[in-house]
Ligand binder design. Structure first.
Ligand code: FAD
Length: 567
């Protein structure tokens, strides 16, 4: 082991020629870091498309006009990369094969058709992930668009400009589909979103995704969940001319002047497969923690690789820009003899959807159940900042943690303000292996416009501590429907005004402030399930009742979570 990780060992022989396939997030990061480590190495970057180092994450915002100038998406150009980093960037150049024994790649210029063979000392595969395009009949009809690169969004904006208004069906409720739905709605299109699963944004658990469903509907997006596309038909005489008809499994026929296909992505691992490199079961390239493939002369980074899930330790495909960029740096460090290791991916992600922000980090309940990791859950709805300072917005938060130790396993949040900063703290805590006790003790920024003296992160930790210590027992929103009235008593402790605006069927109303005086109205032979608006007053009620000898549980996330999840 090298004593100083920033200095290569004396015996290290640096590569003289480094080839990188793919010139965007992972590839460009590798190249820039490589040059900062070696002025001597010849670095050639091959990119199949016409642009390098463009902002894929910004693409939807160009369609909606928020990023008005397409050139703002082009973070670097071949010329700027040459000037600053002395990189030999070859756009419109596809790498078509690798000869590992000879250490060469075959390349083809997509404009001139010219081919060449180029040798390498070290090769980096940063080929990304391609949009999934299932063989659904009619998927390639005109005005059906993918969203991966600048030419894709140029086509969409050209269509949007000539069409002006019209109906767009977005197929797929992942990040890209949701961002496109928002942006096309902003442009005035009638937008329908179709998702085969019962929810959008799969990294969220269903009760958290429910907030997004409500927002989509509020913003006029027609939402069809649990319904996959069976075909894209041409319009018939009875239907609008020239349009596609998106036919759903349910039989629904949705006319569309344009279709955005956002059905997820899969690793572009063909080159690696054909070269005999080891792939994982999920179809991504297998790498070690130095981003080295099964061939030590070939590294791979970004969406094309399988990563270790930071929570479950299992192999996973987590296509995000942050990991791709960090992996690029780590690969370059390894290539130039430094000690650098990739520690895993936690899937920390954020999405803006109209007025809402949704963010998550770590594992969700679905994943933990699938891999058999036991977990506890708390839901809470703290304000984004002090309630007495104008403009505070509730944040719906869910935190998953290990029973016993309280080790943090995952967190999700949805709200209008302050969401991503709380999830960034959670992501930091996860990476550090912290527990909910650490969350309770964190000292975070506070002044009334920004937060509360007990920040939502502190409150999440404290709420979880109450569960771990047994101070409060909980019931989850999806257990309410199965409650047996002969054995349980659903108690609503909210105010009369709140009760008037709606309640959980079968519940009995006793406001929290009247509880002590009305204990005689409550059963001692049944378990009481207390709920309020957000879970705080029912927690107080649960403590009060418990000390008076009642069997009681608090409904986690209370009315807000139950109602969001069940409407
Ligand atoms: P890419 O950036 O996809 O680059 C791979 C490049 O390799 C491509 O340009 C491709 O043309 C080239 N290539 C492939 N094969 C060859 C070959 N044989 N020869 C030459 N070149 C080749 N992530 C986030 O974290 N946050 C976001 O908000 C976000 N928004 C996104 C929005 C959109 C519309 C898209 C498409 C992605 C978004 N992502 C986001 C994902 C993020 O962009 C990717 O995770 C990241 O770009 C992956 O980097 P990469 O280098 O692995 O692959």
């Amino acid at each position: 082991m090298n004593a100083n990780p920033n200095t290569p060992p004396a015996s290290f022989i640096p590569p003289r020629r480094l080839l990188i396939v793919g010139g965007v997030a992972g590839g460009a990061s590798t190249a820039a870091r490589a040059r900062r480590l070696s002025e001597d190495c010849e670095i050639i970057l091959f990119e199949r498309g016409p642009h390098v180092s463009f902002a894929n994450c910004g693409l939807p915002y160009h369609v909606g006009g928020e990023i008005a100038d397409k050139d703002d998406l082009l973070v670097q150009t071949p010329l700027s990369l040459k000037a600053r980093f002395n990189l030999d960037v070859r756009v419109n150049t596809e790498v078509t094969g690798i000869d590992r024994a000879a250490r060469t790649v075959r390349v083809r210029n997509r404009v001139t058709g010219e081919g060449a063979v180029v040798s390498y000392d070290t090769l980096v595969l940063a080929t990304g992930a391609a949009p999934v395009r299932p063989p659904i009949p009619g998927i390639d009809r005109a005005n059906h668009f993918l969203v991966r690169n600048v030419p894709d969004v140029e086509q969409i904006t050209a269509w949007a400009e000539t069409s002006g208004t019209g109906r767009v069906v977005v197929v797929g409720g992942g990040y890209i589909g949701l961002e496109m739905a928002e942006q096309l709605r902003h442009r005035g299109f009638a937008v329908t979103l179709v998702e085969a699963l019962p929810q959008v944004m799969a990294p969220l658990d269903p009760e958290m995704a429910a907030w997004l469903h409500a927002e989509l509907r509020d913003q006029g997006v027609a939402l069809h969940l649990n319904d996959a596309v069976s075909s894209f038909d041409a319009s018939t005489d009875a239907e609008p001319a020239g349009a596609s008809i998106v036919v759903l499994k349910s039989g629904l026929r949705l006319p569309a002047d344009a279709v955005i296909v956002g059905l997820g992505v899969k690793p572009e691992a063909r080159l690696a497969l054909e070269a005999g490199l080891e792939l994982g079961q999920l179809g991504g390239i297998r790498v070690n923690d130095r981003m080295q493939t099964s061939d030590p002369h070939i590294y791979a980074v970004g969406d094309v690789v399988e990563v270790r899930d930071g929570v479950t330790g299992q192999w996973a495909l987590i296509p995000l820009a942050g990991p791709a960029n960090r992996q690029g740096r780590i690969a370059a460090d390894g290539i130039f003899g430094r000690e650098a290791h990739y520690g895993g991916t936690w899937g920390t992600a954020v999405l803006r959807l109209f007025r809402l922000t949704a963010a998550c980090t770590g594992a969700n309940a679905r994943t933990l159940k699938r891999v058999g990791i036991p977990f506890e859950v708390v839901h809470l709805h703290p304000g984004s900042h002090a309630g007495y300072y104008p403009g505070a917005e509730p944040i719906a938060m869910k935190v998953l943690f290990a029973p016993g130790t309280g080790k943090l396993l995952g967190a999700q949040a949805v709200g209008r303000d302050g969401v991503e900063k709380r999830m960034d703290v959670m992501a930091t805590a996860l990476k550090a292996g912290m527990t909910v006790h650490d969350l309770a003790e964190m000292e975070l920024c506070y002044a009334p416009p920004f937060g509360s003296a007990k920040d939502p992160v502190n409150l999440a930790g404290m709420t979880a501590q109450n569960v771990l210590s047994g101070e409060v027992k909980q019931l989850q929103w999806d257990e309410v429907a199965g409650l047996d009235p002969a054995r349980t008593f659903l108690l609503d402790v909210r105010s009369r005004e709140e009760r008037g605006a709606g309640f959980i069927p079968g519940s009995v109303h006793v406001p929290v402030n009247e509880l002590r005086a009305r204990l005689g109205e409550l059963p001692r032979d049944r378990e009481i399930i207390a709920y309020c608006h957000s879970g705080l007053r029912s927690y107080i009620a649960a403590r009060l009742l418990g000390q008076h000898g009642f069997e009681v549980r608090n409904l986690s996330g209370a009315w807000r979570t139950w109602r969001a999840a069940t409407v």
